[in-house]
Design a protein around this ligand. Sequence first.
Ligand code: PMT
Length: 409
Amino acid sequence: MVANPVSQRLSNRRILLGIAGGIAAYKSAELVRRLRDHGADVRVIMTRAATEFITPMTLQALSGHPVHLDLLDPAAEAAMGHIELARWADLLVIAPATANTLSRLAEGRADELLTAVALATRAPVAVAPAMNQAMWANAATQANLQTLAARGIRVMGPAEGSQACGEVGAGRMLEAPDIADRVAAMFESRLLDGVRVVITAGPTREAIDPVRFISNHSSGRMGFALARAAAAAGAHTTLIAGPVHLPTPERVQRVDVVSAADMLAAVETALPDCDLFIGTAAVADYRPAEVAQQKIKKQAETLSLALTRNPDIISRVTQASPRPFTVGFAAETNDVLAYARNKREAKRLDMIIANDVSVPGIGFESTENAVTIISSHGEQSLDRMPKEQLADTLIHAIADAYSQQHPNP
Ligand code: PMT
């Protein structure tokens, strides 16, 4: 768990940073680094004037994404157009916001990328002004600020002190850590802010020969829905997925695997950065003892395959030190609750979600599910509902149990 409250608020957030053309633009580089260190995904828009003060290359390297410069650039529009950028953002912060940019924002101009995105976004907008003290004090600038504040745009700073132009007064842009703190404070806290969640999903495939495998009917839907819900609850979410045909949920890091051995390796790689593990994967319990190098030919009437046990991934998780809060699933066709309770004990799980897969229309492959949550605090049945909705309910229950074990410092 990330204990820093700023990181908790910023983890998994999408921050669009607008940089206007002022000497304070050099501080924007530090701001990108700070926001990213706190777990935010940062994209940068620069005005042409800003590129005179700091290079797009610097901002690209620090943000890890190409910098957006022009409104009418067909290549950039094809990759991520201004409307897409506006939709992508959880928050637009313009730092530095020059007197010119504040004026253009107040006017509602849409003739260059930054102000066009500011007009198009539904996300909250903040500005960190930076300019000469006389420009700041000018009635025109103050009137623009009032207009912007009346529209709900948050004004951060400026600070007072000596300025790059040699004068002293109000107009210095706030320092990057201060802006990052204020940006964080603009977000509501979420259930799993800053918690690092690893989820396994889907089936595994155990090769028999180069063209055949043993597997099961898991579609990955339950695990993908949980990954979406965990990320929406603020978790850094890693989804380790067996072979499925599902799109990656937003803000989720996906690792694709095929066999149980691959899944175990991916889980072991993820474990040092895992606070909460959820095993929804239907891992094959056995694999062929030997994988034929060539396609097995049809000959005799019967064919016997020797199988060998796969490692139990979730049991490895509960043996790890430090041990994440661990939630398993139990897919059963009979004596569902009794088997699930036993599995919780045997695998030393904090919680298990019992899934009666004998009922038509729920469990494997279907879009709906009904489950019972079993933990040391008791049992709770959840009636049939779409997996997406169930995932939100489960993430609430899991986050509650997790926070009881990990009260906020
Ligand atoms: O993918 P969907 O089509 O949406 O279907 C969802 C689901 C039915 C697969 C899911 O809701 C579910 O119940 N997943 C668990 C499936 C299962 O096979 O459970 P199990 O009883 O075999 O295993 C118990 C727990 O141990 C599970 O958390 C499992 O991930 C884990 N396990 C099992 C075997 C193994 N070798 N390693 C493991 O980690």
